[in-house]
Design a protein around this ligand. Sequence first.
Ligand SMILES: Cc1ncc(C[n+]2csc(CCOP(=O)(O)OP(=O)(O)O)c2C)c(N)n1
Ligand code: SF4
Ligand SMILES: [Mg+2]
Length: 292
Amino acid sequence: MHEQQTATAEVPEVKNPVESLLRMDRMPHIWCPGCGIGTTVNCFARALEQSKVDLDKTAIVSGIGCTGRVAGYLNLDSFHTTHGRAIPFATGLKLANPDLKIVVYSGDGDLFAIGGNHFIHAARRNVDMTVICVNNLIYGMTGGQVAPTTPVTAKGTTYPYGSYDPPFNLPFLADSSGAVYVARWTVYHVHHVTKAIKEAILHRGFSFVEIISPCPTLYSRRNRLGDGLDQMKFYQENSEIRHGANTKDVDIDFQKKIIVGKFVERERKTYRQLMNEHLTSVFGEQYTKYEG
Ligand SMILES: Cc1ncc(C[n+]2csc(CCOP(=O)(O)OP(=O)(O)O)c2C)c(N)n1
Ligand code: SF4
Ligand SMILES: [Mg+2]
């Protein structure tokens, strides 16, 4: 008689394909169920692998916030800095060691409220770095205060009857400040996000990728938009891909169409190139070009 077959067959261990890029000893992460930040990390890890950059020469810098926690979960040289100061910190890293690939990874509040001044000047100078902004349209970590990205009429703890502050259009701000690569996607568009991050990392100069992402705990709940999955459905049904769109036209209104795509891709001399060229023109052979 055959022994009765039981369900004891060994299940092969399935490893997360990006596990080597994560600090697994720090798991579980702090993000809420349905939050989009983890999805962006997955895309980022895949983009890093695909870009074939030297991971020993790659540094990640985050500010403070739920998104600011990303740096701490990546198995790379990563820096969790103070609120709003990720870009100046990253600029210092780049100046001290121009060989490094620098990625700033932070939230909309961190990068565009307290850190807004640093963003526009790094873009203006074309400092060679990639800035990834997880834009959940709110200050997540501190309890759902209105951010410079919150759409008019959306509610936050600081505007319980809806915001009337006109928000920044981030791609337009980046474009008009001088960024050489500007793209926007949502966390629904995982392949596009991965591709955009890869392109941004490989494009020399100041590149910017905005990723619209749900904060179900604070933004969606207070605005009665359902859970993280409902927000993903919203992105699926209401995003319009428009590569090359004029960034002036890509404002985000409350629960209206979201224009996504690659908006800007151009060349400009970087901060270091400009410095070397200018000082060579002033001092001639007396000047030794700064190569790090
Ligand atoms: C100097 C300073 N001011 C204020 C704070 C409080 N604070 C921490 S995170 C944050 C907002 C973060 O918002 P965002 O960057 O959008 O990140 P999210 O949590 O939404 O990912 C604020 C105001 C702080 N940590 N330091
Ligand atoms: S509070 Fe919002 S942004 Fe922060 S982890 Fe939770 S869902 Fe994500
Ligand atoms: Mg935010």
